[in-house]
Design a protein around this ligand. Structure first.
Ligand code: GBH
Length: 465
């Protein structure tokens, strides 16, 4: 059912696990700033210590081995390597830390997949405009080159940017993620645009300078819910669903995999809404310049983060946003047969992943796909015997198997989110996504495997060849 070289992995990200926020010369990131502000994060939690993986990496490695993972996905803290964001000042202690992580993984026969950017911009670059400024494109490219140069002899799988959608929308439209900006209808498109340009520039750098020798692969990780029309016989619902997918999955995947530009429905929806708002001047959705490195073709595989599904009803007004606030023209609704478990936004829909994979195959020209994140949290009363989450992983991985076998989707790997309970952004430590429980009241941050971790280990043993 799963090909012999299938990647069985789990993921984490730097700010969510490392701690050591000021250790050994690390510079501050926007999440340090944001989480230290009052009222931003549940319970005023922050990632100052988190799982303390900066000091306890070896404990993480034990967890990885206990699960029998073939792959481990981590992210690099930009500000730990380059405290002011630029290659003018390299923090050697940071280089040493990631060198050790990578070397230890390889010594244990675990393949690293490394994300360059998982929400934690150096504060110094935010002070110069951050992702809203066009300067970020070359700043990111320099950082990416530095990482390819330093770690690329051993790292062969790279993700440039994790979930540009989340950075753009949650960080710059809703303000619930760092840097906490609320500039509805405009900033998110600009940020998304610069993220695509930065990603593309780094991909071209890799392709021309590093790939010939290093022979690795580079992509960006996009998140998307699976969406389907509430009433499949209603044309408006069907069209609204298509727009919904264009505004999440398509926003970043269509330019990279299909045309080099945004989905047509996205541009027309934004432009017609702009007219209604009396907005004059250039489109709120920027255009790519022909003088810049092409966006089309800048991914060597498709990296998907999937968590949940929604039904779509056209013309609604009060539900969850499908797209950027002022361009909203539909509402998301839940199917009553989908249980909500764990964190409030997560309806548990394993079949949605299979459908989304098929959609990706058909829409983006049958790419190789890595599911770079998928998981299910627990909230409230701690359960080490988390039988619900065991069922979730079993059912979901079965659907991935079906996608491969029945639908012919070229899925190359599956990464559970997350290896460890960690700092769950605005939810702090209240929401637990780990395969291992972490005791945040213990100075040693003791890790204990959940039943779901054992279940995942069993699944891996069963299918690994
Ligand atoms: C991932 O994003 C992140 O990459 C990862 O760091 C994080 O730990 C993981 O999710 C778990 O949350 O509150 O109703 O507005 C997943 C994509 C998009 C899922 C936004 C949650 C919020 C819905 N996320 N969504 S709502």
């Amino acid at each position: 059912m799963f090909p012999p070289d299938f990647a069985w992995g789990a993921g984490t990200s730097a700010y969510q696990i490392e701690g050591g926020w000021q250790a050994d010369g690390k510079g501050p990131s926007i999440w340090d700033t944001f989480s230290h502000e009052k009222g931003r994060v549940f319970g005023e939690h922050n990632g100052d210590v988190a799982c303390n993986s900066y000091e306890l990496w070896e404990k993480d490695l034990e967890c990885i081995q206990q699960l029998g993972l073939t792959h481990y996905r981590l992210s690099i803290s930009w500000a730990r390597l380059l405290p002011d964001g630029t290659t003018q000042h390299v923090n050697q202690k940071g280089v040493q830390y990631y060198n050790k992580v990578i070397d230890d993984l390889l010594a244990c026969n675990v393949t690293p997949i490394v994300t360059l950017y998982h929400f934690d911009l150096p504060q110094a670059l935010q002070d110069q405009g951050g992702w809203k400024s066009p300067d970020i494109v070359t700043q990111f490219d320099s950082y990416a080159r530095f990482c390819f140069q330093t770690f690329g002899d051993r790292v062969k799988l790279w993700i440039t940017i994790n979930e540009p959608y989340v950075c753009a929308k949650f960080g710059h439209e809703d303000g619930v993620h760092a840097p906490g900006l609320k500039e509805p209808g405009i900033a998110a498109y600009l940020v998304g645009h610069n993220m695509l340009r930065a990603h593309a520039m780094a991909w071209h750098s890799y392709s021309s300078t590093y790939r010939p020798k290093q022979k690795g692969a580079v992509s960006l990780a996009v998140n998307s819910d699976w969406l389907e029309p509430l009433n499949p016989d209603c044309n408006e619902d069907v069209a609204a669903t298509e727009r919904g997918l264009a505004f999440t999955l398509g926003w970043f995947s269509w330019p990279v995999f299909v045309t080099g530009d945004y989905p047509e429905v996205m541009r027309s929806a934004i432009d017609s809404q702009s007219k209604k708002m009396g907005y004059t001047g250039s489109s709120r959705l920027p255009s790519f310049s022909k003088d810049e490195p092409a966006i089309l073709g800048t991914a060597d595989f498709f990296a998907l983060n999937y968590y949940t599904s929604r039904k779509v009803k056209a013309g609604g007004g009060c539900g969850k946003m499908l797209c950027i606030k002022s361009d909203k023209d539909a509402e998301e609704v839940l199917d009553p047969s989908w249980p909500i478990c764990g964190v409030s936004w997560q309806a548990v829909v394993p079949l949605g992943l299979r459908k989304l994979l098929k959609y990706i195959k058909d829409t983006f020209n049958n790419p190789a796909v890595y599911i770079t994140e998928n998981g299910f949290s627990q909230v409230g009363q701690l359960q080490i015997e988390d039988v619900q989450r065991c069922a979730f992983y079993k059912d979901t991985i079965m659907e991935v198997g079906e996608a491969i076998e029945e639908d012919g989707v070229d899925v190359r790997g599956y990464f559970a989110w997350s290896l460890l309970d960690n700092f769950e952004w605005a939810d702090g430590f209240r929401v637990r996504f780990g395969l291992f429980h972490v005791d945040f009241s213990d100075a040693k941050r003791r890790r204990t495997i959940y039943r779901s971790g054992q279940e995942y280990a069993k699944i891996i043993t069963k299918y690994k060849q």
